[in-house]
Design a binder for this molecule. Sequence first.
Ligand code: GLN
Length: 504
Amino acid sequence: MINSSLKQLGDLLQAKKISSVELTQTFLTRISQYNPSINAYIALDEAKTLNQAKAADARIASGNAAALTGIPIAQKDIFCAKGWQTTCGSKMLANFIAPYDAHVITQFDAAGAVNLGKTNMDEFAMGSSNETSYFGGVKNPWSFDRVPGGSSGGSAAAVAARLCAAATGTDTGGSIRQPASLCGFTGLKPTYGVVSRYGMIAFASSLDQAGPMAKSAEDCALMMNVMAGFDERDSTSLNREKEDYTRDLNKPNLDLPLKGLKVGLPKEFFADGLDVSVGKVIDSAIAEYKKLGAEIVEISLPNTGLSIPVYYVLAPAEASSNLSRYDGVRYGHRAAEYTDLMDMYNKSRAEGFGAEVKRRILIGTYVLSAGYYDAYYLKAQQIRRLIAQDFVDAFKQCDVIMGPAAPSTAFKAGEKVDDPVAMYLQDIYTISTNLAGLPGMSVPAGFAQSDDGKQLPVGLQIIGNYFDEARMLNVAHQYQQVTDWHNRMPDLDKPNLVMPEGKV
Ligand code: GLN
């Protein structure tokens, strides 16, 4: 049951072959068994969770169920959920109980889904390894000495370890796709503005976007049907007609499923910096796409190399402004002892934020300050435009773009914490998509052997044009009809081994 698709679970629930309470209990039992070693969840509340499951069973009994009714979903701890501890991975919010629901949470509640718990994450979503969390690191379920990626590391580990049916994440520079690659599951960052940011704790508002983290493209499509949609409480939410993201999954084609699909391979994504073993997995995924009928086109995204420096001006600038609200007055941590108001601000912020968050606030404040604004912030905004234009030009030649989602497989915990630039480079293939506002996904494409002999997952990135999520999901789904990488799961009692085929 733990490896069933959302569709299969929905069918079992609606045929009353299982109840939501039984299904939820199955996951809660697994969580109590494995979470102490994996640390994927920050907050659990069995009573609340089981009450939602009971309500879902009643809704199913009344014949009123929706696709995800009764299905247990893990929520990244960046989403405010009424009555739940909502920390964003920070000491600053360690005791914060959200008084209202984020739009995403409201949508899952309306669908009758069950909130299994709040998942661990890098502090304020800043990180690529989940090592900046105040609540400790998260283990990669494939190899406990390695990181799950970040910042949505708790959701990633929970999906990979089958400690939930699916999860939510957010992606400001890669935080859905990079952990999806490192943990071996399917994750989608939608077009900016498709999912409301209301009640999602802000990091860099012009880049932040929530999306699904799940086993397959089909599961992601069902999650998108719940998450996407206009919300007037977010000024950047796009007022578009409601879409059915499953509509093109099986788009029929006469002989080959993806006949005529033009796949662009940016030469910059296959240059220096990509691990050879990861590159080989991506090459074999591309070969599979050719068999499905895709045509390969070589393209160029000439300004890609500037995406990391541009992001590390813009994201900290926005973060420094967003995080100014944590002043020890309105909510969040307040220092126990202080002499006057300024001292209270200083001590509360010094104690409440971790080192990476402080680094970002310092950079952000610097690039926005008088005298430096034009040289850094304005210049970065101009280059952001050029990066977006690269994609506009590329999509004149192809329908989707493919490449690696991350330059390496999961690295060892502690390996990059003291080297921020090495850590920042983890998002080299994902960040440009956020800067352009485009949708991107990571799809399990195989395993690469590490130098110490471990088999670790690799994700293929698929980037689509604005609002082309349904096509991307079709492209991923067709691949998942002829491969089974997305069904592989780690053996948590013997992490480091790939489960033999067929034993899923
Ligand atoms: N790793 C990037 C950062 O630290 C992206 C994080 C994210 O997407 N939330 O900013």
